[in-house]
Design a binder for this molecule. Sequence first.
Ligand code: 1GP
Length: 227
Amino acid sequence: MEEWKHVFKLDPDREIGDEALERICLSGTDAVMVGGSSGVTFDNTVDLLARIRRYEVPCVLEVSDTEAIVPGFDLFMIPIVLNAGDTQWIVGRHQQALKEYGAILDWDELVPEGYIILNGDSTAAKLTEADVRLDAKDVEAYARIADRLFRCPIIYLEYSGVFGDMELVGRVKGLLSQSRLFYGGGIDSPEKAREAAKAAHTVVVGNVVYDDLERALATVPAVMEMR
Ligand code: 1GP
């Protein structure tokens, strides 16, 4: 995870054919992340995991619903939505999950992500009632909370659905002391992938997989060639 440059994010609630999935898994991406903001169930998650497991690519689950925690992923990413208006998404759901699973978890498999949601129109923003009226200093302060106070291994700038402000992304990366900066949102071409990869440590490519597979695949060499 410390070396990932490129990640595909697949939504268990969306259809993907076998051939498309094979091309994603063999694309040379560093990892496939399974996650979504709505319609994620145990069944559709276990189904997608089983299909991805035909390949060697690392596969991680981004947990958004306790009901859909499926064992067998390489890692479990746990979002802590720092700018959530509904505090359930900061710590409430986590507390409920740990009430159930706290005694049996393998903590080495869990990775907290300090999430900052910046596209108010995204499902994630609506679900968490995220406060997106943030200026650069607000975002930097949240990033410092995740990096310095909470010591999250990952900070995730989530623009899901739109391409974000790369200057801001780059500024956030510049002030981090130990967190890795993941950027996701609106990457639908090699050019945008490169731009995002310059600004963040790791880029996450989601929607375009379903909209235009060829363009999605083209983001992998675009990012990897920057190594
Ligand atoms: C979504 O950050 C990811 O959680 C990727 O965003 O779907 O806009 O590529 P896109």
